[in-house]
Structure formats: C-alpha cells, structure tokens
Design a protein around this ligand. Structure first.
Ligand code: PEP
Length: 247
C-alpha cells in the first residue's frame, strides 16, 4: 500500500527547536507561523513539553509538528522516555531520530537510531533519520563511507519501511556553526544517499539538508537535484527567517 507520504519528493522544511523556548515565546513564534501558506510542506519539531501547545496553536493550519526523539519501547518502566503513541496523542506527524547531538551526547548507535525509526513507523509517525560526518571524518575522505555506515541498519529494514521515512543529511561541522556545506558538497553526499536508497527500491525518499541553513543560502541548496528541503535549527526560532527559507 502506498501512503500519501510515500514516493513524493515535495519540498519539505522542518524546524528543529532543540532545547529552546518557553510558553510565552513559543506562543508568539507559533502564531507567526500559523498563517503560512506555501507549496513547501512546513513542520516544527518542538521539545516534548510543548507538543500540546504546538498542537493547539497549529491545529487546522498547513503546518505540522512533531518531536525530536522517541523511545524504542512501547510503554513500561522506562523513566524519562517518551513513546511513539504518546507523540501521536498530541497529533505529531514527525519525529527526528539520530540527530548528531543525540548520537554524540547520548551515545546513540546506528542500530539504535534504526530501531527508533522503526518504532516511529510502527506508531504511525514519519521518522526523519539524521546522518552526517564529523569534520575529522570529512578531512579523512570518509564522509560518504560514514553516511553509508549510519544508514545501513535503516536500509536493512527494507523498501516498505524506508519508503515511509525522510533522511536528513547534516554534516556535524555545519550544525550551529554558521558554516554551511556548499551546494556542491551537499549534493555530492545527497547523490550518494539517493543511490543507496535507489539500490533498495526507495529512490524517491525525501532527503533534506541541515547545517546552518538560512534564507540567504536556502535557494542555492534547494537548486541541487537531490536536495528536497531542509532541517533547520537556529533559523527555525525566527519566524520571518524560517518562513523565508520555506518560501
Ligand atoms: C539542526 O540542529 O538540525 C541544525 C541543522 O541546526 P542549525 O540550522 O542551527 O545548524
């Protein structure tokens, strides 16, 4: 069965709020985003405590929302964890898995990230699987090998699963640093990811670029053939800038 999400490479821009925000600031940001009308699909991934606020503020708008992590467990004695069904309770569509900050600060392995992607799919969420190399890995000529290693357990889940997710290529050296990959550098990796997806029959999966995306560099990145949109950190906290990226 093909869902509406599968097999479409529509432009997609997702904001990752990380651990930013409070009720008052979020209310202003969400109110500014709410009226957006765009051919680009726009979404925000907010901290867990603000999912209820996002769902209230965005209900009925064209903007969807989600979370930044998910437990591989369904329920039980897992203190501090949040399950996919809890995210669904608040109307979430998306969940980030394997963001580099979770891989590096919480020792998330490639297999755990793949298991989180599977848990999201089981819950009816769309996982955004984040991959990316460090600067040392890039300098050693290992960028594509690292990304292929990170993706391998995800691709092992097969085309039926993979066709329902989104991949985000986020070079670690470009996240929050103000240093963006050039469109050509990003395209080279996106093409390699596309080839790996194609090899298992999932060539139309959306591949987002992330890493210091701003209104001023979005158009040149989006002009590349295998870049389908962006995962945006810092600039997602400023409504005008975020909407300008989507525009
Ligand atoms: C991110 O956190 O996913 C990200 C891309 O951050 P920034 O846009 O701030 O580099």
């Amino acid at each position: 069965m093909t869902t509406a999400h599968e097999q479409s490479r529509n432009r997609l821009v997702i904001g990752n709020w990380k651990m930013h925000g409070n009720l008052a600031d979020n209310a202003k940001l969400l109110a500014a985003l709410r009226p957006a009308v765009s051919t680009t699909q726009i979404a925000v991934c907010v901290p867990f405590p603000y999912l209820a606020q996002a769902s209230e503020a965005l209900k009925g708008s064209s903007i969807s929302w989600g979370a930044q992590d998910i437990s591989v467990q369904k329920q039980g004695a897992f203190t501090g964890e949040v399950s996919g069904s809890m995210l669904k309770d608040f109307g979430s569509t998306w969940v980030l898995v394997g963001h580099s900050e979770r891989r590096s600060m919480h020792a998330e392995t490639d297999q755990l990230v793949a298991d989180k992607a599977q848990a999201a799919l089981v819950a009816g969420l769309i996982p955004v699987v984040c991959v990316g190399e460090s600067l040392a890995e890039r300098d050693a000529g290992q960028a594509i090998a690292v990304i292929e290693r990170q993706l391998a357990p995800v691709l092992a889940q097969g085309a039926e699963s993979v066709n329902k997710l989104v991949v985000a290529y986020e070079p670690v050296w470009a996240i929050g640093t103000g240093r963006t990959a050039s469109p050509e550098q990003a395209q080279e990796v996106h093409a390699a990811i596309r080839a790996a997806l194609q090899a298992i029959g999932a060539g139309n999966v959306q591949i987002l670029y992330g890493g210091s995306v701003k209104a001023s560099n979005a158009a040149s990145l989006f002009s590349m053939p295998d870049i389908d949109g962006a995962l945006v950190g810092g600039a997602a906290l400023v409504a005008d800038e975020f909407l300008a990226i989507a525009a």
